[in-house]
Design a protein around this ligand. Structure first.
Ligand SMILES: NC(=O)c1ccc[n+]([C@@H]2O[C@H](COP(=O)([O-])OP(=O)(O)OC[C@H]3O[C@@H](n4cnc5c(N)ncnc54)[C@H](OP(=O)(O)O)[C@@H]3O)[C@@H](O)[C@H]2O)c1
Length: 210
């Protein structure tokens, strides 16, 4: 059993909180009530950011004390919304929200994962014809192990591990696919080949990254 704070009570936050509670974890969900995120983060070992990516950096940077020594699992996407409601531009071109969070929260272990798949797939990957591969990026091997561990938090998904810098490449590849009209479910399904593409965008090796 792990203590987990889920920041955001929308589609992603609600779905993750339900699944994690069912799995036996002690889960606190924080909505936008002032102080709720800080209270939940203070009590948790793992904090999940399931709020809109465009304001996540500001929201989380002020929780530096509460997040000290914790694992921050960021599942958000930092893109602007187009007039059609679909993602328009990357908010951190040449970087990523995960890298920005790690810089703002140096005592926190940021792990980026699950952001490339639709929210129902996050907790039920086997419902797709081709089980998706979830990216798991971060600088701390122990934090990645905790999130990846089959007996742990998101163990039901197969993971491909990598450095935090690869998040940038994943964001670019995902964004291009959406620009070409690819639906998010399709993006989830074809994830295995997105990994080497993302590595190429970042000019990093795709394997051996812990
Ligand atoms: N939906 C997906 O399938 C999916 C897949 C992968 C990644 N993501 C990412 O996951 C994140 C959440 O997506 P979602 O679909 O769950 O969105 P959502 O249904 O709109 O939920 C967002 C949640 O964040 C809260 N929130 C919004 N602005 C806030 C603020 N300024 N301070 C505190 N809380 C705030 C909302 O509270 P209120 O209800 O009070 O507005 C709501 O509880 C986004 O970054 C998204 O890109 C989504």
């Amino acid at each position: 059993m792990t203590t987990i704070a889920v920041l955001g009570n929308g589609r992603v936050g609600g779905n993750l909180a339900t699944a994690l509670t069912r799995a036996g974890h002690e889960v606190t969900v924080a909505d936008r009530t002032p102080g709720a995120a800080a209270d939940a983060a203070r009590r948790a070992r793992i904090v999940i950011n399931a709020t809109p990516g465009n304001g996540s950096l500001d929201r989380l940077a002020v929780l530096r004390e509460e997040l000290r020594g914790k694992i921050l699992v960021d599942v958000s996407n930092a893109t602007t919304d187009g007039p059609d409601g679909l993602p328009a531009d990357l908010i951190y071109p040449g970087s990523s929200l995960a890298e920005q969070l790690q810089e703002a929260l140096p005592e926190t272990h940021v792990v980026k994962t699950l952001n490339t798949m639709l929210f129902p797939v996050m907790t039920a990957p086997a419902t797709l014809t081709q089980t998706p591969t979830a990216f798991l990026s971060g600088e701390d091997p122990q934090a990645k192990h905790t999130v990846h561990d089959p007996g742990g938090v998101f163990g039901q998904n197969p993971f491909q591990r990598g450095h935090l810098q690869l998040v940038q490449g994943v964001g670019v590849v995902r964004h291009r696919l959406l620009e070409f009209g690819d639906h998010e479910t399709t993006v989830s399904t074809i994830l295995p080949w997105m990994w080497p593409c993302a590595a190429r965008v970042c000019a990093l090796p795709a394997s051996g990254s812990g």
